[in-house]
Design a protein around this ligand. Structure first.
Ligand SMILES: [Zn+2]
Length: 172
């Protein structure tokens, strides 16, 4: 069980089912059946536009985001799927927060649903700092399937750890 570090928050039963799929080498197949292709947001510019559109749709009145980019220095461990930083500084006599969102480069090659889950998570942090009830309420408001996408993303990270093979690699 100890090998399922990305799924430690899920039930013992769920972890057992996943362990079984892993042992049978079927986890990748299950994921590929559910998600057939990777998204096409290959550049920082495309990523920025995507996150900005998502924000305009659901969090129009929240503070603006100054930067969104892929970051190869982010290593995906446990909860650190993306990174949201806000730096507060005084500007024109007012305290203004500067929000930046960084997404691990690994997520250039995943289905759009996984990227969406990360974008929603990091956007929600503009308003809610902690991972509490209000935070997850905001996440599921922005994306009703948030928890399903997070679970499937964690399945993929588990599979990736075991096989070392990217399922949706664009380098054919
Ligand atoms: Zn978070």
């Amino acid at each position: 069980m100890s090998s399922l570090k990305y799924l430690s928050a899920y039930s013992e039963q769920t972890q057992q089912q996943v362990s079984q799929l892993l042992a049978q080498n079927r986890l990748g197949e299950v994921l590929l059946k559910r998600y057939s292709k990777a998204h096409e947001l290959r550049t920082d510019k495309a990523l920025y536009q995507y996150v900005q559109d998502l924000k305009n749709e659901h969090l129009r009145n929240a503070e603006p985001i100054n930067k969104v980019e892929y970051d190869s220095k982010i290593h995906v461990i446990n909860h650190a799927l993306g990174l949201h930083t806000s730096i507060s500084r005084v500007q024109g006599g007012k305290l203004k927060a500067k929000h930046e969102i960084r997404v691990a480069t690994l997520f250039k090659e995943v289905p759009i649903e996984f990227l969406r889950m990360i974008a929603v998570h990091e956007l929600a942090h503009i308003k809610e700092k902690q991972h509490d009830k209000a935070f997850y309420k905001l996440c599921t408001y922005m994306e009703p399937n948030y928890h399903q996408y997070e679970f499937d993303l964690r399945l993929y990270l588990t599979e990736l750890d075991a096989s070392g093979k990217r399922l949706w690699s664009q380098a054919a």
